[in-house]
Design a protein. Structure first.
Ligand SMILES: Cc1cc2nc3c(=O)[nH]c(=O)nc-3n(C[C@H](O)[C@H](O)[C@H](O)COP(=O)(O)OP(=O)(O)OC[C@H]3O[C@@H](n4cnc5c(N)ncnc54)[C@H](O)[C@@H]3O)c2cc1C
Length: 264
């Protein structure tokens, strides 16, 4: 199977604090990690390759340091990686991002499955995979929590969608784009051999010219949605009270207070 996994490098949200400007953090903040949801799509891709043979290519659009996210993908078990990076891409909305990802997917070659995460923890638009599928004119299956059957010969897939009130089994033709939720698997840790392979991997960087795109199709010029401001929620007002007494007295006082507040 030819599998392409979309992974995004995002700010490490553990770095968030109420004193940080959200947009600045996303743009130039400190530590960056692989979008946590994307580790699940990567694991799903690697498991499919292990079951059916073929190749997993990890694809990311980002700044030059997003190559680190791609190296993690190779260390986990992907075969190849491609970075899309070009200053002209800055300020792209999810449609412009999808446009660039699709140009790269077409350049990589024929595929059976494109795998994406449920959402990116910074942008959180949950739109990129849908737009990639629409631009490729292939089906998109969202919120996938399990792959029941994948037949690369018959070119079919049966998967389970996680819904708010239950689960749905759906079948589709391949090629398709699927976005996964964390219930689908437990991502593996990179192996020692994988880390060595990633350290030596030559990862190509494709810019607009390589993708056959013009500057007015991406970046702010090619986007309809803008983000003039990103801010954190206001800090919560609140206080803590230490209940004194022996453990039994403190437990009784706490239970009485919770009952009085109708919490229990
Ligand atoms: C500094 C900054 C400024 C921004 N300004 C704007 C703006 O002005 N207007 C606007 O609309 N958006 C803006 N964005 C958001 C940015 O365009 C989105 O990150 C992008 O559109 C993808 O959407 P998302 O992050 O919400 O991903 P989602 O749609 O939530 O991601 C779903 C899945 O798609 C895949 N995916 C998403 N992005 C990538 C990627 N880059 N590479 C590979 N796979 C990917 C991943 O598998 C991910 O799990 C800005 C982001 C930043 C960091």
């Amino acid at each position: 199977m030819n599998i392409i996994t979309l992974i995004k490098q995002v700010p490490d949200t553990a770095q968030l604090s109420s004193t940080v400007d959200g947009l600045k953090l996303m743009n130039e903040g400190g530590a960056r990690i692989v979008n946590p949801w994307d580790e699940y799509c990567l694991e799903a891709g690697i498991q499919l390759k292990e079951a059916h043979g073929g190749k997993v290519t990890v694809l990311s659009l980002g700044k030059p340091d997003a190559v680190e996210a791609l190296k993690r993908g190779i260390a986990m078990g992907a075969d190849e990686a491609v970075l899309i990076s070009d200053p002209a891409l800055e300020g792209s909305d999810s449609l412009a991002t999808a446009r660039a990802l699709v140009a790269a997917i077409k350049k990589i070659g024929p595929f059976d499955l494109i795998l994406a995460g449920r959402s990116a923890i910074d942008g959180n638009m949950t739109a990129t995979a849908v737009q990639v599928a629409a631009l490729l004119d292939v089906p998109q299956l969202s919120y996938i929590a399990a792959l029941k059957a994948v037949d690369p010969v018959a070119q079919t897939i049966t998967a389970v969608r996680l819904m708010e009130n239950g689960r749905e089994t759906i079948s589709s033709k391949l090629p398709a784009v699927i976005s996964v939720v964390k219930e689908i698997n437990e991502p593996r840790y990179p192996s020692f051999m994988g880390i060595r392979k990633a350290a030596k991997a030559a990862i190509p960087t494709w810019g607009l010219a390589d993708l056959g795109l013009s500057a007015d199709q991406v970046g702010q010029a090619g986007s309809n949605v803008s983000w003039p401001q990103v801010s954190l929620p206001p800090t919560r007002e609140g206080g803590a009270e230490i209940i004194s007494g022996s453990p039994a007295e403190a437990a009784k006082t706490l239970a009485d207070r919770l009952a009085a507040e109708k919490v229990i």
